[in-house]
Write a protein that binds this ligand. Sequence first.
Ligand code: KPL
Length: 303
Amino acid sequence: MNTGQAHWHILGAGAIGSLFADALSTDGRQVSLILRDGVHGKIRTQAVERGDLVSEKHFKTTGPRGHTGISHLLVTTKAYDVCSAIDSVVHRLNPDCNIVLLSNGMGFQEQVLASLPSLNIYCGTTTEGAHLLAAGHVRHAGSGETRIGRAAKIADDRRPLWFHQWERAIDNSVWDSDIQPALWTKLAINCVINPLTALNRCHNGELGASKSLANQVAPLRDEIAAVCRAQGHAEIAEALPRITAAVIQATSDNRSSMLQDIDAGRLTEIDYITGYLLEVADQHSIDTPLNRALFEAIKSRAH
Ligand code: KPL
């Protein structure tokens, strides 16, 4: 079993990956960044701004093809890149490797579990706010909570040893013996906010401030609540009006990740957000016409 001094490799050095790399390294962990074009041993300087303070760190980088083994892997790529990114380093994963999946959306967790059944796969969600100002330069926009649990349901739901280090390194990190409710809560929020803000090209706050948008939020949210309920998450369904209103307000100045992806000409994560919801809705024979319309509108616009 991996214990003691974890060496974390970070796959996906965007805003969240950089923030976590900085936090783990501040706590004394060894951290390396796996970059697509990384050259083994090359150092990359990363800066994280928190208010007026800028912390600069120097990380070893490596390309996916490197030879050193990986014992602890944190994956923070876009949802659609998770499986191929892990595939690119699969030859380096130690037989008892710990992999933490911290990307937006759902669906890839099951794919990774199916392709790497013998490894220790964890997944989670974070509400830490961070954005990239430039490559290697991140602004910490707001503190949040990070919830982590095992991707597979197994009898032993105790927190693994490495998580004790995370609790120290990462503010408000919480071990979840059942991570599914946290994943579904985040999925439900993303299903409401991301496509609507992307299609209406607005900040998150507009979904509460504009009457015509608020009128779209309510029925969309009700469809999502019906899927949550059918999936066994009645408590999320009940709380969804309150939770979505709170997140819309707390992130009112944000441009959602989907709006940012469209503006940057990137693929969106719609397949792993609304697309995943639609798959589950189909399994339960639940009609979700509003979500389907948004899914198709984003697909026709962004892909
Ligand atoms: O997770 C988000 C995203 O933009 O992907 C929210 C919570 C909607 C914040 O912008």
